[in-house]
Unconditional design. Structure first.
Lengths: 199, 251
């Protein structure tokens, strides 16, 4: 039943986007009354998108035939945003596609072209100035967060690299130990030989 | 499913004359029609929307299809089907009860859904359509109120086109003992009280609980569909088997 909840939420989000961004409606024109099904092999779930020209219906546990059926894994889904990557993903065996590739490309193109003007939409509730201020602040916060993430990533990478210079690799340690053991054995043998000669 | 003998049938836990059941069921739905939607949300905590979503996902309805939403009540499924079949398709909202039909028609018109919906008062046991004329039939929470369920399923089989499918969404039986006890307590104690408070009608909701217990279980209903001629009959349980969706095809 959880898949129904997820698809219900996804349907609300997609339809909200369709209402807010008329460009999405235009881009999805080629997908009208056709069904795009997606099966995620790692999660063992399948869902489908059925756009009727006004609303998009998102189904869970879809078992019927679709105009285009994509079988892939969850980590490849983010790459579907770029329509030009579809053929590469198919060649790399990361994606299996049955049916009309143009339908998959239509969805991919529609969502990759999506640039939501949040200030415009929020201005109805906050006024023009307030909405713009909020969007700017959020944009700045996002830029700051990204910058901090990058800095942290750099520091972490540097730390790892520094650490690499002073830390002995486990294999090296193993080799050193075996060499020391061999030397110790040789020394013991030599000592015994000395003892035998002096006696 | 033959109930009792040919002249009598169940009305909840009561045994009544077969020819009386329709009017008794009609009284129940005349009484609850106005508050039907709000009570559905109250009684199921909104989960009935998820059950219906899954029914739509399993319907395979496409543009141009002719869909019959039997016992369609206030038109929850019809509203979605109407958008899916487009201008070239048609949805028939059928119900035996004119009060429910009126509520459904008003609701759908308020939603702006007027182009491709027909409202027909009909008895599921004698569907007023030619043979092989409908692509998909759904009956959601309606079959248990039908006097002769076997005859109704045969009638649905007759009007379906070859390749068409029947979907029956209905209360069913849960295997989980703890859930079953909890569900029984809820059905016979809380549900009638809620009915009394919200719709000022506890008896109708007591009938609802009783009629659910008298309805055939998953396997029996699947067998009834197969007997009527449906192929690939199968079912999926929702919410631990409290509700089940049966699906069968006509080839």
């Amino acid at each position: 039943m959880w898949i129904s909840v997820l698809t219900a939420v996804a349907e609300q989000v997609v339809n909200r986007l369709i209402t807010l961004e008329p460009v999405l409606k235009q881009d999805l024109r080629d997908a009208e009354h056709r069904v795009l099904a997606i099966t995620l092999t790692d999660l063992k779930i399948s869902c489908a998108f059925h756009y009727n020209g006004e609303h998009c219906f998102v189904y869970g546990n879809y078992q019927d035939s679709a105009d285009c059926h994509i079988t892939t894994s969850l980590d490849t889904v983010s790459e579907l945003k770029d329509p030009s990557q579809l053929t590469r993903l198919i060649r790399a065996n990361k994606l299996d596609l049955e049916g009309d590739i143009h339908l998959a490309q239509a969805y991919s193109k529609a969502f990759s072209n999506l640039k939501i003007d949040w200030a415009e939409h929020l201005s109805r509730y906050l006024g023009d100035a307030g909405a713009q201020q909020l969007v700017n602040s959020l944009g700045q916060s996002k830029a700051h967060a990204q910058k901090h993430c990058e800095t942290f990533e750099q520091i972490f990478t540097q730390l790892c690299q520094d650490e690499l210079n002073v830390t002995v690799h486990p294999l090296e340690l193993e080799q050193f130990k075996s060499q020391t053991r061999a030397l110790s054995q040789q020394l013991t043998a030599l000592e015994q030989r000395f003892n035998a000669l002096t006696d | 499913m033959k109930e009792e003998n040919q002249d009598t049938t169940h009305f909840g836990y009561k045994t009544v004359e077969s020819n009386q059941k329709e009017s008794l069921v009609a009284d129940v739905f005349h009484s609850v029609a106005a508050k039907y939607d709000i009570m559905n949300d109250f009684m199921s905590f909104g989960i009935h929307r998820l059950w219906k979503r899954q029914t739509i996902a399993c319907s395979g309805v496409r543009k141009g299809h002719r869909v019959l939403d039997l016992a369609g009540g206030t038109g929850d499924l019809t509203a979605k089907f109407s958008q899916l079949v487009g201008d070239t398709g048609q949805v028939i909202l059928g119900d035996i009860n004119d009060s429910m039909l009126k509520v459904g028609r008003d609701k759908l018109r308020d939603l702006g859904l007027v182009n491709n919906i027909e409202y027909v008062q009909m008895n599921a046991q004698a569907l007023p359509f030619p043979d092989n004329s409908i692509d998909v039939i759904t009956i959601a929470f309606g079959l248990r109120n039908v006097t002769d369920k076997d005859e109704a399923i045969r009638s649905m089989y007759r009007v379906l086109k070859p390749g068409g499918r029947l979907l029956i969404l209905e209360f069913s039986k849960t295997d989980n003992e703890a859930l079953s006890k909890l569900y029984d307590f809820y059905s016979f104690n809380i549900l009638p009280t809620m009915g009394k408070l919200v719709a000022n009608d506890s008896e109708s909701y007591r009938y609802l609980a009783e009629s659910i217990r008298m309805h055939p279980d998953q396997e029996t209903l699947k067998g009834m569909m197969e007997t009527a001629g449906f192929e690939q009959a199968s079912y999926q349980n929702f919410t631990g088997g409290i509700v089940a969706l049966h699906r069968g095809f006509k080839y």
